[in-house]
Design a binder for this molecule. Structure first.
Ligand SMILES: Nc1ncnc2c1ncn2[C@@H]1O[C@H](COP(=O)(O)OP(=O)(O)OP(=O)(O)O)[C@@H](O)[C@H]1O
Length: 371
């Protein structure tokens, strides 16, 4: 089921001084079968947008009314219970006095008699769902006897029992530890692909959004900053906010004169006009070397090394940096450089990015370092 939002805005509170704008007017098209992540910092309007899609919150009527379409059906004024939506919230909200089986079956057993599946159909459907989330052996347990991750899998199965066209999830894995979150992400992706519904989930976790979503909607201050695939968002951020929000960033701020950017005792050859300039670099775009090059002389001291994981994270400090830099290295390079804390070396930008100040915040292409 596709979802189309047209001119959706939201203001909380009474009109006038007490009103708080949570969403600026926005349009959004979600294709049938997509898994969409709403990503943004706290207060950016993600939950408000999700609740409006659900029908738990009404969008503003003035100055212009918005519209919400599920497929060709206008659901703007359709009650939440008639929108064919499944919900999963951060706090499991399972019925504590019911077993896992009964929790999943509940929505089906309370359907109006004419729509309700037969007892046999309900049993088959619930068992199939419990099998899919691998909780069949725990069907007779109560929620208190399950781990957080298991409870959230029950929530997923319960939401899917009614065969919703649209599944909405609000920080579904927010209360769980990192490893369980990982596992549940795989569950969700798997269920989504197998059962073929349209999903929208809210998260403030960049990694989660990028890993799980077909497309990510990046929000800030009640606005959509960019809608794109994880890959495009990372490679071609629409503006500085998106670039900074999607990962660690190193800043190089200085003055360009005659093709050289200078900042304290740091120098970098750049093909840019004279004037103040700020360049942004991702940690993997910073190479470390024992000597400067003709084009780059950015001296720094190693202040911390974290060799855990696929890459080595190295923190760098220097007087010319406004805040410490982070470089990520392959283990082989780390060993070759024989890195130690307190070591003096040189940062060599492989490439950098710049986002001209307002009003021109159009995307600028990343530049390869001049070398
Ligand atoms: N019921 C409400 N009454 C008044 N203001 C509200 C209400 N709900 C949300 N807001 C405000 O609307 C803005 C958007 O809130 P929303 O909860 O949608 O953001 P969010 O991105 O989901 O944030 P978080 O990640 O912290 O949940 C915030 O400034 C918030 O304070």
């Amino acid at each position: 089921m596709s979802i189309r939002l047209q001119n959706i805005a939201k203001t909380y509170g009474p009109p006038g001084r007490g009103a708080a704008r949570a969403l600026d007017p926005l349009d959004l098209e979600i294709r049938e079968g997509e898994l969409i992540g709403l990503l943004g910092p706290s207060g950016s309007g993600k939950t408000t947008l999700l609740r409006i899609i659900a029908g738990l919150e009404a969008a503003d009527h003035t100055p212009a009314p918005g519209r919400i379409l599920f497929g060709d059906r206008d659901v703007t004024h359709v009650h939440v219970r008639d929108r064919r939506i499944g919900f999963v919230f951060q706090h499991y909200a399972l019925f504590r006095h019911m077993t896992v089986y009964d929790n999943v079956a509940f929505g089906l057993t309370v359907m109006p008699r004419r729509q309700r599946p037969t007892g046999g159909e309900i049993r088959a459907r619930v068992h199939r769902l419990l099998e899919m989330v691998q909780l069949e052996p725990l069907a007779n347990r109560y929620p208190a006897q399950l781990s957080g991750g298991q409870q959230q899998r029950v929530s997923l199965a319960r939401a899917l029992a009614l065969r919703p066209d649209v599944l909405l999830l609000d920080e579904p894995f927010g209360a769980l530890d990192a490893k369980v979150r990982q596992e549940l992400r795989r569950w969700l992706r798997h269920l989504h692909d197998e059962l073929n519904f349209t999903s929208v989930f809210v998260t403030h976790d960049q990694e989660e959004a990028l890993e799980l979503s077909d497309r990510v909607v990046v929000m800030s201050n009640g606005r959509i900053e960019q809608i794109d695939t994880p890959d495009s968002l990372y490679r071609a951020p629409a503006n500085r906010f998106v670039f900074e929000f999607l990962g660690d960033v190193n800043h190089l701020e200085g003055e360009v004169r005659d093709g050289t950017l200078t900042c304290g005792d740091a120098r970098l050859a750049v093909e840019l006009p004279d004037g103040p300039e700020e360049l942004l670099l991702r940690p993997h775009e910073v190479k470390l070397a024992e000597a400067p090059t003709a084009d780059a002389r950015l001296p720094a001291t190693v202040t911390a090394i974290s060799p855990v994981g696929a890459e080595v994270r190295v923190e760098l400090a220097a007087d010319w940096m406004a805040s410490p830099w982070l470089a990520t290295l392959r283990h082989a390079d780390y060993e070759r450089l024989d890195l130690r804390r307190g070591q003096r070396l040189y940062a060599l930008p492989r490439r950098w990015h710049r986002f001209p100040a307002e009003p021109d915040t159009r995307p600028t292409r990343a530049r390869e370092a001049v070398s």
